[in-house]
Design a binder for this molecule. Structure first.
Ligand code: CA
Length: 361
């Protein structure tokens, strides 16, 4: 009784006491491995930066503290768009970013983040985990001594912030817009000038007129950056990023030097983070959209149907041409396209038919 009372009065729950007894702090302290994770996001940025924090915390907890990961925001250790190089050269063991930022390394990377008019988040996960996508991504990054993993998805993004109305595809001519990856190639084909800037630089660039328009993510993230203070029109849908996957880049040598169970923990923590980020965006985007429209009186607009169908034609051209000039892109595109054709056909009578029915009430 006395011992029990002591435990009670010192605020220790019996479960906590049990785990203290079971674990062995001395052994952990002696064998703890520390990794660095560099990211392309401002430190703690909603969804993306916090997603990196969540992944690091998971790895620490799942490994019982045997592997801890310290997260660095963009520019803390390396700039946002140098994450790939930093993991490649071992400056950090791990990175948190988006694969289309690395099209300068291999154009095929773009298939593993977003293809205009490509796959939704649900479909991307289907292709990656059960449709052969992950194997192709792993083979591609292996050439660089890196191991990729999907660690999140934002769902369908928004079309972006514009100060002029987009009534026809000709209105994109001469437009300087931040839009990375294949979406940017499509804008170029429409006569615009795509630029890729890290997220943290977008507000200033838009406000000062360095760029005319920008896409970023969706209401949750776009509200956080305050784009409504720099542009009038908020267009949807994000034709260019229907279900962009975020990536972990892991230094292969660092990963393979871990005990086997820790390697499994790292890869499965990525898988948990991948699911969690999509759930978070699915929830937070709704609330943020209401604030943008009702509090900040944002002008929400749908791209006209003929603009979307013109962009779709240009997108098909851009992706076909990429597959024609780059052998590895051709290999990935074959898998991607065959998956997309099958899933579009099934989703027509399942997801899409249901959503149409639900919208009609
Ligand atoms: Ca985006």
């Amino acid at each position: 009784m006395k011992r029990r009372e002591f435990i009670k009065s010192s605020g220790l729950a019996s479960a906590a006491l049990g785990s203290t007894v079971l674990s062995s702090p001395a052994v952990h302290a002696g064998s703890s491995i520390q990794w660095k994770m560099v990211t392309s996001w401002p430190k703690n940025f909603p969804g993306l930066g916090t997603g990196a924090n969540f992944l690091a915390k998971l790895i620490g907890e799942m490994s019982g503290g045997r592997l801890t990961v310290k997260v660095y925001g963009a520019k803390e250790l390396v700039p946002a768009l140098e994450v790939f190089d930093a993991v490649y050269d071992g400056t950090a063991e791990m990175g948190h970013s988006g694969a289309y930022y690395w099209k300068g390394k291999s154009e095929a990377t773009q298939f593993f983040s977003a293809v205009p008019f490509g796959l939704t988040a649900q479909e991307m996960n289907g292709w990656l985990y059960h449709g052969g996508g992950m194997e192709l991504w792993t083979e591609l990054y292996d050439q660089f001594g890196l191991v990729p993993a999907a660690i999140g998805n934002t769902g369908v993004q928004m079309g972006g912030w514009f100060n002029k109305e987009i009534n026809s595809v000709n209105d994109l001519k001469g437009l300087k817009m931040r839009i990375p990856g294949l979406g940017g190639e499509v804008l170029k084909r429409a006569g615009g000038t795509p630029v890729n800037l890290p997220g943290g630089e977008l507000f200033t660039a838009l406000k000062s007129g360095t760029i005319d328009a920008t896409e970023w993510v969706g209401p949750y993230n776009d509200l956080a950056f305050g784009f409504y203070k720099a542009a009038k029109h908020y267009y949807y849908p994000g034709w260019h990023e229907p279900g962009p996957t975020l990536e972990a880049i892991i230094n292969k040598k660092a990963l393979r030097s871990l005990p086997a169970d820790l390697q499994v923990i790292v890869m499965n923590a990525c898988r948990v983070a991948n699911q969690d980020m999509l759930a978070e965006y699915t929830t937070r985007n709704n609330d943020a959209l209401q604030i943008l429209v009702n509090t900040h009186k944002v002008d929400l607009r749908k791209f006209p149907d003929d603009v979307l169908s013109d962009l779709k034609k240009l997108s098909d051209e851009v992706v076909e041409e990429l597959a024609a000039r780059d052998p590895y892109s051709a290999k990935v595109y074959l898998s991607f396209k065959s998956y997309r054709d099958k899933v579009v056909s099934y989703h027509k009578i399942s997801e899409q038919a249901f959503m149409d029915a639900r919208a009609r009430g």
